[in-house]
Design a protein around this ligand. Structure first.
Ligand code: SF4
Length: 364
């Protein structure tokens, strides 16, 4: 895997998709020594199951553990802490991590109970988990989702689960963005596998999941977040910690140099019953057998336009989906290559939410 590469796969079987990514990555050459301490860092911000759009699908961790154990790596830990006020142990329990731990002999580390090392970067002092600092290879497993304070959360912000609760509170008083960048300058992931199967539209604690049915892997956490932002309708300027982290030399947010490797095509899958928020936004769409990645991106794009008051005046309904293939109708507009026969159509398979936003804005 190249430093400026992102590998993406589509589907709904998180375990099989993770294995496909790992086979494409050549992880052994990245990790090196077989006795390396490998840490998996999922997102268990609250004690809920992944279908709410907040937490990492545990099948991803299982697939990584099986892949690594099959290649002789046995020194693996799962490390996480819930947000302040919630219990990490409850998050482990709800998501089956105790069974995973005993089945594979993989210890669980609750950062709230770990020892800390005080670190300082970019003028920010923080208490960082000793286990995180001691590990040889850190695999970050964030969920790509919206966030009410930082617009979105993905790889860079998921590292906040590696610090003490006291430091988390301090981060909030310091505006979050600068501390998140500083934390990643202390320690960022060696590999990121992003769970973008059904991330929440707005909130890190979930409740408004939108199915997009994809996983992607990156070595560079900054590039990973710049790409993730574009998928759900943000520019890197909308998420200031991305640029701040780049400025600290952690990685590159330059999407013009990105090499995107797509392992398979998105496919039509039954869309989950939309939540109230998604239903409200979907009144602007005509969906006919759309792939979930495509439709999810459109819902995220409509959400961003709604936030800036650009939906009220929208006179077009946006067509989307595979049943528009071959349809020629100059009166309609659509997104995705399937709608290329319509009067106006945005290319891409699937197009990113950020491109959908520009396309819909130009419709007037
Ligand atoms: S453009 Fe068509 S085939 Fe491609 S992701 Fe969208 S709905 Fe699926």
């Amino acid at each position: 895997m190249r430093p400026n590469e992102i590998i993406i796969t589509y589907g709904s079987e998180a375990g099989a998709m993770t294995e496909a990514l790992l086979n494409a990555i050549d992880i052994e050459s990245m990790i090196g020594a077989k006795d390396a301490l490998i840490v998996l860092k999922p997102n268990l911000v609250v004690a809920v199951k992944p279908d709410g759009g907040a937490t990492t699908h545990p099948e991803i961790a299982v697939a990584i553990i099986e892949h690594l154990k099959g290649r002789g790596y046995h020194n693996i830990k799962i490390v996480e802490s819930a947000w302040v006020g919630d219990s990490t142990e409850r998050g482990f329990k709800v998501n089956g991590y105790y069974e995973i731990s005993s089945r594979y002999g993989v210890p669980l580390v609750d950062v709230k109970k770990d020892a800390y090392v005080t670190k300082k970067a970019a003028g920010i002092t923080m208490e960082v988990s000793k286990t995180i600092l001691e590990c040889d290879f850190l695999i970050n497993l964030p969920v790509l989702k919206g966030h009410c304070q930082t617009a979105m959360t993905c790889a860079l912000k998921n590292m906040k689960g590696c610090i003490s609760d006291r430091s988390k509170r301090q981060f909030h008083t310091q505006g979050l963005h600068r501390p998140i960048a500083a934390l990643n300058a202390v320690r960022s992931a060696d590999l990121v596998i992003v769970d973008s199967i059904c991330g929440d539209l707005d909130f890190e604690e979930g409740g408004n999941p939108v199915e997009t049915n994809r996983l992607f892997a990156a070595q560079d956490s900054v590039l990973c977040d710049a790409f993730g932002a574009s998928l759900i309708g943000f520019t890197k300027e909308d998420v200031p910690y991305i640029q701040m982290t780049e400025d600290l030399g952690v990685g590159s947010a330059d999407l013009s140099t990105l090499i995107l490797t797509q392992l398979n095509e998105p496919s039509e899958q039954p869309l989950a019953k939309p939540t109230g928020r998604a239903t409200y936004l979907s009144r602007h769409t005509e969906e006919r057998s759309a792939c979930s990645a495509c439709y999810g991106n459109l819902i995220h794009a409509l959400k961003r336009l709604d936030e800036v008051g650009r939906l009220k005046g929208l006179s077009h309904t946006i067509s989307i989906g595979q049943d528009f293939k071959g349809v020629e109708d100059p009166q309609r507009v659509g997104v995705g290559i399937c709608t290329k026969g319509l009067g106006k159509s945005l290319a891409g398979c699937p197009p990113k939410a950020i491109d959908m936003i520009e396309f819909i804005k130009e419709l007037g």
